[in-house]
Design a protein around this ligand. Structure first.
Ligand SMILES: CC(=O)Nc1ccn([C@H]2C[C@H](O)[C@@H](CO)O2)c(=O)n1
Length: 108
Protein backbone atom coordinates (compact mmCIF):
# COMPACT_ATOMS: atom_id res chain seq x y z
CA UNK A 1 0.00 0.00 0.00
CA UNK A 2 1.34 3.45 -0.83
CA UNK A 3 0.59 6.64 1.07
CA UNK A 4 0.15 9.95 -0.74
CA UNK A 5 1.23 12.99 1.26
CA UNK A 6 -0.47 16.20 0.17
CA UNK A 7 1.60 19.31 0.98
CA UNK A 8 -0.28 21.84 3.12
CA UNK A 9 2.45 24.46 3.47
CA UNK A 10 4.47 26.65 1.11
CA UNK A 11 7.15 29.26 1.74
CA UNK A 12 8.06 32.37 -0.24
CA UNK A 13 10.93 34.77 0.17
CA UNK A 14 9.54 37.71 2.12
CA UNK A 15 10.30 40.14 -0.72
CA UNK A 16 7.42 38.56 -2.69
CA UNK A 17 4.79 38.89 0.06
CA UNK A 18 3.27 42.19 -1.08
CA UNK A 19 2.99 41.06 -4.72
CA UNK A 20 1.19 37.87 -3.62
CA UNK A 21 -1.21 39.71 -1.31
CA UNK A 22 -2.00 42.34 -3.96
CA UNK A 23 -2.67 39.68 -6.62
CA UNK A 24 0.20 40.88 -8.86
CA UNK A 25 2.02 37.54 -8.56
CA UNK A 26 -0.13 34.53 -9.41
CA UNK A 27 2.42 31.79 -10.09
CA UNK A 28 5.57 30.41 -8.56
CA UNK A 29 8.14 28.27 -10.31
CA UNK A 30 9.64 25.46 -8.26
CA UNK A 31 11.93 22.49 -8.71
CA UNK A 32 11.02 18.80 -8.56
CA UNK A 33 11.21 18.74 -4.75
CA UNK A 34 8.32 21.23 -4.62
CA UNK A 35 6.30 19.87 -7.53
CA UNK A 36 3.90 17.84 -5.44
CA UNK A 37 1.29 20.51 -4.71
CA UNK A 38 -2.17 19.22 -5.60
CA UNK A 39 -4.69 21.26 -7.63
CA UNK A 40 -7.83 21.89 -5.61
CA UNK A 41 -6.00 21.93 -2.27
CA UNK A 42 -5.15 24.90 -0.08
CA UNK A 43 -1.77 25.66 1.46
CA UNK A 44 -0.72 27.89 4.35
CA UNK A 45 1.94 30.32 3.21
CA UNK A 46 4.80 31.65 5.35
CA UNK A 47 7.97 33.63 4.74
CA UNK A 48 11.00 31.46 4.08
CA UNK A 49 13.23 33.63 6.27
CA UNK A 50 11.14 33.99 9.46
CA UNK A 51 8.43 31.34 9.04
CA UNK A 52 5.82 34.08 9.47
CA UNK A 53 2.37 33.04 8.14
CA UNK A 54 0.85 35.60 5.77
CA UNK A 55 -1.89 33.99 3.66
CA UNK A 56 -3.53 30.88 2.26
CA UNK A 57 -3.38 29.94 -1.42
CA UNK A 58 -5.61 27.66 -3.43
CA UNK A 59 -3.50 25.56 -5.80
CA UNK A 60 -5.00 25.76 -9.30
CA UNK A 61 -2.54 23.94 -11.56
CA UNK A 62 0.95 22.43 -11.49
CA UNK A 63 2.62 22.08 -14.89
CA UNK A 64 6.15 21.10 -15.92
CA UNK A 65 8.23 23.72 -17.73
CA UNK A 66 11.78 23.72 -19.03
CA UNK A 67 13.91 26.69 -17.96
CA UNK A 68 14.49 27.50 -21.64
CA UNK A 69 10.73 27.62 -22.29
CA UNK A 70 10.02 30.34 -19.73
CA UNK A 71 8.38 33.23 -21.57
CA UNK A 72 6.98 36.73 -21.18
CA UNK A 73 3.64 35.38 -19.95
CA UNK A 74 5.33 33.58 -17.05
CA UNK A 75 7.23 36.78 -16.26
CA UNK A 76 4.00 38.82 -16.33
CA UNK A 77 2.39 36.34 -13.91
CA UNK A 78 5.44 36.75 -11.63
CA UNK A 79 5.24 40.57 -11.92
CA UNK A 80 8.79 40.62 -13.31
CA UNK A 81 10.56 41.06 -16.61
CA UNK A 82 11.63 37.81 -18.25
CA UNK A 83 15.28 38.68 -17.57
CA UNK A 84 14.50 39.26 -13.89
CA UNK A 85 12.56 35.98 -13.65
CA UNK A 86 15.36 33.97 -15.26
CA UNK A 87 17.92 35.59 -12.95
CA UNK A 88 15.80 34.81 -9.84
CA UNK A 89 15.33 31.20 -10.91
CA UNK A 90 18.98 30.81 -11.78
CA UNK A 91 19.89 32.10 -8.29
CA UNK A 92 17.45 29.79 -6.47
CA UNK A 93 17.85 26.72 -8.68
CA UNK A 94 21.27 26.97 -10.37
CA UNK A 95 21.64 24.60 -13.31
CA UNK A 96 18.14 23.11 -12.94
CA UNK A 97 16.38 22.75 -16.30
CA UNK A 98 13.26 20.83 -15.23
CA UNK A 99 10.90 23.11 -13.32
CA UNK A 100 7.20 23.35 -12.45
CA UNK A 101 4.79 26.26 -12.74
CA UNK A 102 2.44 26.37 -9.75
CA UNK A 103 -0.57 28.58 -10.47
CA UNK A 104 -2.52 29.71 -7.41
CA UNK A 105 -5.30 31.99 -6.21
CA UNK A 106 -5.28 33.96 -2.99
CA UNK A 107 -7.87 32.74 -0.47
CA UNK A 108 -9.72 35.85 0.74
C1 LIG B 1 12.86 27.53 -0.53
C2 LIG B 1 12.49 28.09 -1.86
O1 LIG B 1 12.95 27.65 -2.90
N1 LIG B 1 11.64 29.12 -1.87
C3 LIG B 1 11.19 29.87 -2.93
C4 LIG B 1 11.32 29.51 -4.25
C5 LIG B 1 10.80 30.37 -5.20
N2 LIG B 1 10.24 31.51 -4.81
C6 LIG B 1 9.71 32.46 -5.79
C7 LIG B 1 10.74 33.26 -6.49
C8 LIG B 1 10.04 33.57 -7.80
O2 LIG B 1 9.08 34.57 -7.66
C9 LIG B 1 9.28 32.33 -8.05
C10 LIG B 1 9.99 31.43 -9.00
O3 LIG B 1 10.85 30.56 -8.38
O4 LIG B 1 9.02 31.75 -6.79
C11 LIG B 1 10.13 31.84 -3.50
O5 LIG B 1 9.60 32.92 -3.15
N3 LIG B 1 10.61 31.02 -2.58
Amino acid sequence: MSTTIIPTEMTFFSRFESDILSGKKTITIRDEAESYYVPGTTVDVSTYEEGRWFCRLNILTVDPIAFNDLNEFHAQQENMTLAELKAVIHDIYPGIEKLYVVNYALVK
